[in-house]
Design a protein around this ligand. Structure first.
Ligand code: PLP
Length: 473
Protein backbone atom coordinates (compact mmCIF):
# COMPACT_ATOMS: atom_id res chain seq x y z
CA UNK A 1 0.00 0.00 0.00
CA UNK A 2 1.32 3.46 -0.80
CA UNK A 3 1.18 6.19 1.83
CA UNK A 4 -1.51 8.76 1.02
CA UNK A 5 -0.04 12.07 -0.11
CA UNK A 6 -2.97 14.32 0.72
CA UNK A 7 -5.26 14.64 3.71
CA UNK A 8 -8.75 13.66 2.71
CA UNK A 9 -11.75 11.79 4.09
CA UNK A 10 -9.67 8.60 3.85
CA UNK A 11 -8.79 7.35 7.39
CA UNK A 12 -5.41 6.19 6.05
CA UNK A 13 -4.59 9.81 5.27
CA UNK A 14 -5.27 10.73 8.90
CA UNK A 15 -2.94 7.99 10.06
CA UNK A 16 -0.32 9.29 7.62
CA UNK A 17 -0.74 12.83 8.95
CA UNK A 18 -0.37 11.59 12.53
CA UNK A 19 2.81 9.73 11.63
CA UNK A 20 4.20 12.70 9.71
CA UNK A 21 3.42 15.04 12.57
CA UNK A 22 5.05 12.70 15.07
CA UNK A 23 8.16 12.53 12.88
CA UNK A 24 8.34 16.33 12.69
CA UNK A 25 7.91 16.60 16.47
CA UNK A 26 10.77 14.09 16.90
CA UNK A 27 13.01 16.16 14.63
CA UNK A 28 12.13 19.33 16.55
CA UNK A 29 12.85 17.65 19.88
CA UNK A 30 16.30 16.58 18.61
CA UNK A 31 17.07 20.19 17.66
CA UNK A 32 15.49 21.84 20.69
CA UNK A 33 17.67 19.86 23.07
CA UNK A 34 20.93 21.13 21.53
CA UNK A 35 22.85 23.54 23.78
CA UNK A 36 22.97 27.30 23.20
CA UNK A 37 21.15 29.60 20.80
CA UNK A 38 23.02 28.23 17.78
CA UNK A 39 25.58 25.67 16.74
CA UNK A 40 28.83 27.41 15.83
CA UNK A 41 28.94 26.61 12.13
CA UNK A 42 30.71 28.86 9.67
CA UNK A 43 28.85 30.32 6.68
CA UNK A 44 30.79 27.99 4.36
CA UNK A 45 29.74 24.97 6.43
CA UNK A 46 26.11 26.09 6.40
CA UNK A 47 26.24 26.62 2.65
CA UNK A 48 27.72 23.12 2.25
CA UNK A 49 24.87 21.67 4.31
CA UNK A 50 22.36 23.32 2.00
CA UNK A 51 24.31 22.35 -1.13
CA UNK A 52 24.25 18.70 -0.08
CA UNK A 53 20.46 18.70 -0.26
CA UNK A 54 19.06 18.16 -3.73
CA UNK A 55 15.86 20.23 -3.47
CA UNK A 56 13.90 17.89 -5.70
CA UNK A 57 15.39 14.49 -6.49
CA UNK A 58 13.77 12.41 -9.24
CA UNK A 59 12.42 9.94 -6.70
CA UNK A 60 10.96 10.80 -3.31
CA UNK A 61 11.95 9.23 0.03
CA UNK A 62 10.16 8.39 3.30
CA UNK A 63 9.52 11.49 5.39
CA UNK A 64 11.43 10.17 8.42
CA UNK A 65 14.54 9.86 6.27
CA UNK A 66 14.12 13.28 4.71
CA UNK A 67 13.75 14.76 8.18
CA UNK A 68 16.96 13.08 9.24
CA UNK A 69 18.62 14.57 6.16
CA UNK A 70 17.55 18.05 7.25
CA UNK A 71 18.50 17.54 10.90
CA UNK A 72 21.67 19.50 10.19
CA UNK A 73 19.67 22.36 8.76
CA UNK A 74 17.49 22.59 11.83
CA UNK A 75 20.54 22.26 14.07
CA UNK A 76 22.30 24.99 12.11
CA UNK A 77 19.51 27.45 12.83
CA UNK A 78 18.64 29.75 15.69
CA UNK A 79 16.98 28.32 18.78
CA UNK A 80 14.65 31.15 19.75
CA UNK A 81 13.70 29.72 23.18
CA UNK A 82 17.34 29.84 24.32
CA UNK A 83 18.22 32.62 26.76
CA UNK A 84 21.25 33.48 24.61
CA UNK A 85 19.09 34.56 21.67
CA UNK A 86 18.30 38.20 22.31
CA UNK A 87 19.11 39.78 18.95
CA UNK A 88 15.74 40.35 17.38
CA UNK A 89 12.02 40.51 17.94
CA UNK A 90 11.62 36.79 17.27
CA UNK A 91 9.81 35.19 20.19
CA UNK A 92 9.38 31.53 21.00
CA UNK A 93 5.89 30.70 19.68
CA UNK A 94 3.11 29.45 21.94
CA UNK A 95 2.67 25.69 21.50
CA UNK A 96 -1.06 26.20 20.92
CA UNK A 97 -0.31 28.54 18.03
CA UNK A 98 2.46 26.40 16.54
CA UNK A 99 0.31 23.27 16.65
CA UNK A 100 -2.61 25.17 15.12
CA UNK A 101 -0.39 26.01 12.14
CA UNK A 102 -1.11 22.43 11.12
CA UNK A 103 -4.82 23.21 10.93
CA UNK A 104 -4.08 26.35 8.90
CA UNK A 105 -1.88 24.36 6.53
CA UNK A 106 -3.97 21.22 6.20
CA UNK A 107 -7.24 23.04 5.57
CA UNK A 108 -5.34 25.50 3.34
CA UNK A 109 -8.19 27.93 3.05
CA UNK A 110 -7.54 31.29 1.53
CA UNK A 111 -8.87 34.40 3.16
CA UNK A 112 -9.43 36.36 -0.02
CA UNK A 113 -12.94 35.27 -0.88
CA UNK A 114 -15.93 34.07 1.10
CA UNK A 115 -16.14 30.97 -1.07
CA UNK A 116 -12.49 30.20 -0.25
CA UNK A 117 -12.89 30.43 3.52
CA UNK A 118 -16.51 30.87 4.59
CA UNK A 119 -16.11 30.48 8.37
CA UNK A 120 -12.55 31.83 8.30
CA UNK A 121 -13.75 35.10 6.80
CA UNK A 122 -15.88 35.71 9.87
CA UNK A 123 -13.24 34.45 12.30
CA UNK A 124 -10.69 36.94 10.95
CA UNK A 125 -13.27 39.70 10.99
CA UNK A 126 -14.11 38.83 14.61
CA UNK A 127 -10.45 38.76 15.61
CA UNK A 128 -9.53 42.12 14.04
CA UNK A 129 -12.65 43.73 15.52
CA UNK A 130 -11.59 42.47 18.94
CA UNK A 131 -8.02 43.67 18.43
CA UNK A 132 -9.21 47.09 17.28
CA UNK A 133 -11.34 47.46 20.41
CA UNK A 134 -8.44 46.37 22.59
CA UNK A 135 -6.38 49.14 21.01
CA UNK A 136 -9.13 51.63 21.86
CA UNK A 137 -10.30 52.13 18.27
CA UNK A 138 -13.95 51.94 19.29
CA UNK A 139 -16.99 49.82 18.66
CA UNK A 140 -16.69 50.16 14.88
CA UNK A 141 -12.99 49.23 14.87
CA UNK A 142 -11.89 46.63 12.36
CA UNK A 143 -8.93 45.70 10.18
CA UNK A 144 -7.23 42.98 8.21
CA UNK A 145 -4.45 40.47 8.82
CA UNK A 146 -1.16 40.96 7.00
CA UNK A 147 2.21 39.28 6.63
CA UNK A 148 3.99 41.49 9.16
CA UNK A 149 4.70 44.94 10.45
CA UNK A 150 6.28 45.98 7.17
CA UNK A 151 3.12 45.07 5.26
CA UNK A 152 0.85 46.66 7.90
CA UNK A 153 2.85 49.91 7.81
CA UNK A 154 2.70 49.94 4.01
CA UNK A 155 -1.06 49.46 4.06
CA UNK A 156 -1.56 52.14 6.73
CA UNK A 157 0.52 54.65 4.81
CA UNK A 158 -1.18 53.75 1.54
CA UNK A 159 -4.50 54.62 3.16
CA UNK A 160 -2.99 57.92 4.33
CA UNK A 161 -1.65 58.70 0.85
CA UNK A 162 -4.94 57.93 -0.86
CA UNK A 163 -6.80 60.19 1.53
CA UNK A 164 -4.37 63.03 0.94
CA UNK A 165 -5.28 63.56 -2.68
CA UNK A 166 -8.41 63.10 -4.67
CA UNK A 167 -8.67 59.98 -6.82
CA UNK A 168 -5.03 59.01 -6.28
CA UNK A 169 -6.00 55.42 -6.81
CA UNK A 170 -7.63 56.13 -10.14
CA UNK A 171 -5.42 58.86 -11.51
CA UNK A 172 -2.11 58.37 -9.73
CA UNK A 173 -0.29 60.98 -7.72
CA UNK A 174 -1.39 64.58 -8.29
CA UNK A 175 1.15 67.22 -9.39
CA UNK A 176 1.45 68.65 -5.87
CA UNK A 177 2.50 65.30 -4.36
CA UNK A 178 6.06 66.55 -4.15
CA UNK A 179 4.95 68.72 -1.27
CA UNK A 180 3.54 65.78 0.70
CA UNK A 181 5.39 64.73 3.81
CA UNK A 182 5.16 61.80 6.23
CA UNK A 183 6.31 62.98 9.65
CA UNK A 184 8.06 60.25 11.64
CA UNK A 185 10.81 60.08 14.21
CA UNK A 186 14.41 59.39 13.23
CA UNK A 187 13.97 56.05 15.03
CA UNK A 188 10.86 54.92 13.20
CA UNK A 189 11.16 51.59 11.45
CA UNK A 190 12.86 51.29 8.05
CA UNK A 191 9.53 50.17 6.62
CA UNK A 192 8.20 53.74 6.95
CA UNK A 193 10.86 54.97 4.51
CA UNK A 194 10.48 51.89 2.32
CA UNK A 195 6.73 52.51 2.17
CA UNK A 196 7.25 56.13 1.15
CA UNK A 197 9.42 54.92 -1.73
CA UNK A 198 6.95 52.20 -2.74
CA UNK A 199 4.03 54.61 -2.62
CA UNK A 200 5.69 56.88 -5.16
CA UNK A 201 6.34 59.64 -2.65
CA UNK A 202 10.04 58.96 -2.43
CA UNK A 203 12.36 58.48 0.51
CA UNK A 204 12.66 62.26 0.88
CA UNK A 205 8.98 62.49 1.68
CA UNK A 206 9.73 61.28 5.20
CA UNK A 207 10.34 64.31 7.39
CA UNK A 208 12.33 63.00 10.32
CA UNK A 209 11.99 64.33 13.84
CA UNK A 210 14.71 63.99 16.46
CA UNK A 211 14.26 61.75 19.46
CA UNK A 212 14.91 62.38 23.13
CA UNK A 213 17.26 60.54 25.48
CA UNK A 214 14.92 57.56 25.71
CA UNK A 215 14.47 57.36 21.96
CA UNK A 216 10.95 58.78 21.75
CA UNK A 217 9.99 61.60 19.40
CA UNK A 218 10.80 64.95 20.96
CA UNK A 219 7.71 67.18 20.98
CA UNK A 220 9.65 70.45 20.75
CA UNK A 221 11.59 69.06 17.78
CA UNK A 222 8.30 67.95 16.24
CA UNK A 223 6.89 71.45 16.46
CA UNK A 224 10.07 72.94 15.07
CA UNK A 225 9.94 70.51 12.16
CA UNK A 226 6.29 71.33 11.48
CA UNK A 227 7.13 75.01 11.42
CA UNK A 228 9.94 74.33 8.94
CA UNK A 229 7.59 72.36 6.73
CA UNK A 230 4.99 75.11 6.87
CA UNK A 231 7.53 77.77 5.97
CA UNK A 232 8.74 75.69 3.04
CA UNK A 233 5.20 75.15 1.73
CA UNK A 234 5.31 71.41 2.48
CA UNK A 235 2.23 69.54 3.67
CA UNK A 236 2.23 66.81 6.34
CA UNK A 237 -0.22 64.22 5.05
CA UNK A 238 0.57 61.65 7.72
CA UNK A 239 2.15 61.35 11.12
CA UNK A 240 3.70 58.09 12.23
CA UNK A 241 3.92 57.45 15.94
CA UNK A 242 6.01 54.47 16.90
CA UNK A 243 4.81 52.60 19.96
CA UNK A 244 7.95 50.63 20.69
CA UNK A 245 10.93 51.50 18.50
CA UNK A 246 13.05 48.70 17.13
CA UNK A 247 16.20 49.47 19.08
CA UNK A 248 15.30 51.35 22.24
CA UNK A 249 11.69 50.16 22.47
CA UNK A 250 10.67 53.77 22.97
CA UNK A 251 7.09 54.98 22.73
CA UNK A 252 6.46 58.25 20.91
CA UNK A 253 4.16 60.86 22.52
CA UNK A 254 1.05 59.60 20.78
CA UNK A 255 -1.33 62.18 22.23
CA UNK A 256 0.85 65.06 21.04
CA UNK A 257 1.01 63.45 17.60
CA UNK A 258 -2.75 62.96 17.55
CA UNK A 259 -3.28 66.65 18.41
CA UNK A 260 -1.03 67.80 15.57
CA UNK A 261 -2.49 65.36 13.06
CA UNK A 262 -5.99 66.48 13.98
CA UNK A 263 -5.10 70.16 13.67
CA UNK A 264 -3.58 69.67 10.23
CA UNK A 265 -6.21 67.22 8.98
CA UNK A 266 -3.50 64.59 8.52
CA UNK A 267 -3.60 60.83 9.04
CA UNK A 268 -2.18 59.34 12.23
CA UNK A 269 -0.62 55.92 11.81
CA UNK A 270 0.66 54.22 14.94
CA UNK A 271 3.28 51.57 14.40
CA UNK A 272 2.66 49.40 17.45
CA UNK A 273 4.41 46.37 15.93
CA UNK A 274 6.42 46.12 19.13
CA UNK A 275 4.17 47.72 21.72
CA UNK A 276 0.73 46.37 20.86
CA UNK A 277 1.11 43.54 23.39
CA UNK A 278 1.08 46.17 26.13
CA UNK A 279 -2.64 46.66 25.48
CA UNK A 280 -3.18 43.26 27.12
CA UNK A 281 -1.90 44.48 30.48
CA UNK A 282 -3.98 46.84 32.65
CA UNK A 283 -0.72 47.90 34.28
CA UNK A 284 1.06 48.75 31.01
CA UNK A 285 -1.56 49.85 28.54
CA UNK A 286 -1.47 53.44 29.81
CA UNK A 287 1.95 53.77 28.18
CA UNK A 288 0.19 53.75 24.80
CA UNK A 289 -2.16 56.63 25.65
CA UNK A 290 -3.24 58.34 22.45
CA UNK A 291 -3.25 55.17 20.33
CA UNK A 292 -7.05 55.25 20.46
CA UNK A 293 -6.97 58.38 18.28
CA UNK A 294 -5.10 56.69 15.43
CA UNK A 295 -6.48 56.33 11.92
CA UNK A 296 -4.55 53.09 11.55
CA UNK A 297 -2.49 50.88 13.86
CA UNK A 298 0.09 48.20 13.10
CA UNK A 299 -0.26 45.32 15.54
CA UNK A 300 2.28 42.52 15.19
CA UNK A 301 1.07 39.31 16.72
CA UNK A 302 4.34 37.58 15.87
CA UNK A 303 6.22 39.73 18.37
CA UNK A 304 4.93 40.31 21.92
CA UNK A 305 1.97 37.99 21.34
CA UNK A 306 4.09 34.85 20.76
CA UNK A 307 2.59 33.79 17.45
CA UNK A 308 4.69 32.08 14.78
CA UNK A 309 5.30 34.20 11.67
CA UNK A 310 3.30 35.44 9.89
CA UNK A 311 0.77 37.13 12.12
CA UNK A 312 0.14 40.84 11.96
CA UNK A 313 -2.86 43.11 11.62
CA UNK A 314 -3.58 46.59 10.35
CA UNK A 315 -6.32 47.99 12.55
CA UNK A 316 -8.60 50.92 11.76
CA UNK A 317 -11.39 52.69 13.67
CA UNK A 318 -13.91 51.84 10.96
CA UNK A 319 -13.79 49.36 8.12
CA UNK A 320 -14.73 52.04 5.56
CA UNK A 321 -11.16 53.37 5.93
CA UNK A 322 -9.99 50.24 4.11
CA UNK A 323 -12.27 51.02 1.20
CA UNK A 324 -9.31 52.70 -0.47
CA UNK A 325 -7.88 49.29 -1.37
CA UNK A 326 -11.19 47.73 -2.37
CA UNK A 327 -11.11 46.25 -5.82
CA UNK A 328 -14.06 44.45 -7.35
CA UNK A 329 -12.87 41.27 -8.99
CA UNK A 330 -15.04 39.29 -11.34
CA UNK A 331 -14.02 35.96 -9.84
CA UNK A 332 -13.48 36.68 -6.13
CA UNK A 333 -15.56 39.42 -4.55
CA UNK A 334 -18.14 39.48 -7.30
CA UNK A 335 -20.16 42.71 -7.12
CA UNK A 336 -23.46 40.85 -7.34
CA UNK A 337 -22.57 38.79 -4.24
CA UNK A 338 -21.28 41.81 -2.31
CA UNK A 339 -24.45 43.71 -3.16
CA UNK A 340 -26.24 41.02 -1.17
CA UNK A 341 -23.93 41.63 1.81
CA UNK A 342 -21.33 38.93 1.24
CA UNK A 343 -18.05 39.62 3.05
CA UNK A 344 -14.87 39.06 1.01
CA UNK A 345 -11.68 40.08 2.79
CA UNK A 346 -9.74 40.57 -0.45
CA UNK A 347 -11.45 43.96 -0.51
CA UNK A 348 -9.47 45.01 2.58
CA UNK A 349 -6.12 43.59 1.64
CA UNK A 350 -3.12 44.12 -0.64
CA UNK A 351 -2.85 40.33 -0.99
CA UNK A 352 -4.97 37.90 -2.92
CA UNK A 353 -4.39 34.32 -1.64
CA UNK A 354 -3.75 34.67 2.06
CA UNK A 355 -3.32 32.27 4.95
CA UNK A 356 -5.98 31.74 7.60
CA UNK A 357 -3.55 32.94 10.26
CA UNK A 358 -6.44 34.27 12.31
CA UNK A 359 -7.21 30.65 13.21
CA UNK A 360 -3.93 29.95 14.97
CA UNK A 361 -4.10 33.32 16.72
CA UNK A 362 -7.65 32.76 17.92
CA UNK A 363 -6.87 29.24 19.14
CA UNK A 364 -3.71 30.34 20.94
CA UNK A 365 -5.32 33.39 22.56
CA UNK A 366 -8.29 31.35 23.74
CA UNK A 367 -6.01 28.60 25.06
CA UNK A 368 -3.74 31.04 26.89
CA UNK A 369 -6.24 33.64 28.08
CA UNK A 370 -5.81 37.35 28.47
CA UNK A 371 -4.70 37.26 32.09
CA UNK A 372 -1.80 34.93 31.32
CA UNK A 373 -0.85 36.86 28.19
CA UNK A 374 -0.72 40.03 30.27
CA UNK A 375 1.56 38.26 32.76
CA UNK A 376 3.88 37.24 29.92
CA UNK A 377 4.06 40.80 28.58
CA UNK A 378 4.69 42.13 32.08
CA UNK A 379 7.37 39.53 32.60
CA UNK A 380 9.24 40.64 29.47
CA UNK A 381 8.96 44.32 30.43
CA UNK A 382 10.24 43.33 33.89
CA UNK A 383 13.18 41.47 32.31
CA UNK A 384 14.14 44.66 30.46
CA UNK A 385 14.06 46.63 33.71
CA UNK A 386 16.24 43.95 35.28
CA UNK A 387 18.60 44.05 32.29
CA UNK A 388 19.01 47.82 32.60
CA UNK A 389 19.81 47.53 36.31
CA UNK A 390 22.26 44.72 35.59
CA UNK A 391 24.04 46.86 32.98
CA UNK A 392 24.29 49.72 35.45
CA UNK A 393 25.76 47.38 38.04
CA UNK A 394 28.69 46.51 35.73
CA UNK A 395 31.25 49.31 35.49
CA UNK A 396 32.60 47.98 32.19
CA UNK A 397 29.20 48.59 30.58
CA UNK A 398 27.10 51.68 30.02
CA UNK A 399 23.36 51.89 29.52
CA UNK A 400 22.34 53.72 26.36
CA UNK A 401 18.79 54.57 27.49
CA UNK A 402 16.26 53.60 30.12
CA UNK A 403 14.10 50.83 28.65
CA UNK A 404 10.52 51.77 27.76
CA UNK A 405 9.33 48.31 26.73
CA UNK A 406 11.40 45.16 26.16
CA UNK A 407 14.76 46.27 24.73
CA UNK A 408 17.93 47.15 26.58
CA UNK A 409 20.66 48.86 24.58
CA UNK A 410 24.10 49.15 26.15
CA UNK A 411 27.73 49.57 25.23
CA UNK A 412 30.96 48.11 26.40
CA UNK A 413 32.90 51.22 27.43
CA UNK A 414 35.42 51.79 24.69
CA UNK A 415 35.57 51.85 20.94
CA UNK A 416 32.84 50.91 18.49
CA UNK A 417 35.20 48.26 17.15
CA UNK A 418 35.36 46.55 20.55
CA UNK A 419 31.56 46.31 20.73
CA UNK A 420 31.39 44.96 17.20
CA UNK A 421 34.09 42.41 17.87
CA UNK A 422 32.56 41.05 21.07
CA UNK A 423 29.14 40.68 19.45
CA UNK A 424 30.69 38.88 16.47
CA UNK A 425 32.78 36.58 18.63
CA UNK A 426 29.87 35.53 20.82
CA UNK A 427 27.84 34.83 17.68
CA UNK A 428 30.65 32.86 16.05
CA UNK A 429 31.19 30.73 19.16
CA UNK A 430 27.47 30.01 19.39
CA UNK A 431 27.34 31.27 22.98
CA UNK A 432 25.05 34.23 22.44
CA UNK A 433 23.27 36.09 19.68
CA UNK A 434 23.16 39.70 20.85
CA UNK A 435 21.62 42.50 18.86
CA UNK A 436 24.07 44.96 17.37
CA UNK A 437 22.85 48.27 16.01
CA UNK A 438 23.66 51.97 16.06
CA UNK A 439 22.10 54.60 18.30
CA UNK A 440 23.01 58.22 17.56
CA UNK A 441 25.77 56.93 15.33
CA UNK A 442 27.49 54.75 17.93
CA UNK A 443 27.60 50.95 17.84
CA UNK A 444 25.51 49.52 20.65
CA UNK A 445 24.61 46.04 21.82
CA UNK A 446 21.00 45.09 22.36
CA UNK A 447 19.03 42.67 24.49
CA UNK A 448 15.62 42.10 22.91
CA UNK A 449 13.65 40.49 25.70
CA UNK A 450 10.60 38.92 24.08
CA UNK A 451 11.24 35.48 25.54
CA UNK A 452 9.40 34.95 28.83
CA UNK A 453 11.41 31.76 29.45
CA UNK A 454 14.50 33.84 30.22
CA UNK A 455 15.40 34.08 33.90
CA UNK A 456 16.91 37.28 35.32
CA UNK A 457 19.99 35.31 36.39
CA UNK A 458 20.56 34.33 32.76
CA UNK A 459 20.65 38.01 31.80
CA UNK A 460 23.25 38.56 34.53
CA UNK A 461 25.32 35.65 33.22
CA UNK A 462 25.06 36.92 29.65
CA UNK A 463 26.25 40.39 30.64
CA UNK A 464 29.10 38.85 32.66
CA UNK A 465 30.08 36.93 29.54
CA UNK A 466 30.06 40.14 27.51
CA UNK A 467 32.33 41.74 30.08
CA UNK A 468 34.73 38.79 30.16
CA UNK A 469 34.80 38.59 26.36
CA UNK A 470 35.61 42.30 26.13
CA UNK A 471 38.40 41.92 28.70
CA UNK A 472 39.86 39.07 26.64
CA UNK A 473 39.84 41.29 23.53
C1 PLP B 1 8.76 49.15 15.11
C2 PLP B 1 8.72 48.12 14.02
N1 PLP B 1 7.83 48.27 13.03
C3 PLP B 1 7.75 47.39 12.01
C4 PLP B 1 8.59 46.29 11.98
C5 PLP B 1 8.50 45.35 10.82
O1 PLP B 1 7.88 44.19 11.24
P1 PLP B 1 8.00 42.85 10.39
O2 PLP B 1 9.39 42.36 10.59
O3 PLP B 1 6.95 41.99 10.98
O4 PLP B 1 7.72 43.19 8.96
C6 PLP B 1 9.52 46.09 12.98
C7 PLP B 1 10.42 44.94 12.96
O5 PLP B 1 11.16 44.69 13.84
C8 PLP B 1 9.59 47.03 14.04
O6 PLP B 1 10.49 46.91 15.02
Amino acid sequence: MTTPEFVSADPDSHAALRAATAAVVEALARTASLPGPRTPLLPAELAALADALDPCPDEGAPLERVLQDVDGVLAGGIRVPDAGYVAHLHPPPLIAAAASELAVAVTNQSQDAFDGSPAGTYVEDRLVRWLARLHGLGAEGSGVMTMGGTASNLLGLLLARDRAGEHVRRDGLPPDHRTWRIVASDSSHDSVRRSAALLGLGLNAVAEVETDARGAMDVAALDARLEELRAAGLRPIAFVGTAGTTDLGAIDPLEALADRAQKLGAWLHVDAAVGSGLTLSPALRGRLRGIERADSVTCDLHKLWWQPFPASALLVPGVERLRAVHHASVYLNRPEDEAEGQLNLVGRSLDTSRRFDALKVLIALRATGRRRLAELVERCVGLAAHGAAAVRARPALELVAEPSTVMVCFRIRGEDALNTRVQRELFASGEAVLGRTRVRGAVVLKLTLVNPLIEPAQIDALLDRVVSASAAV
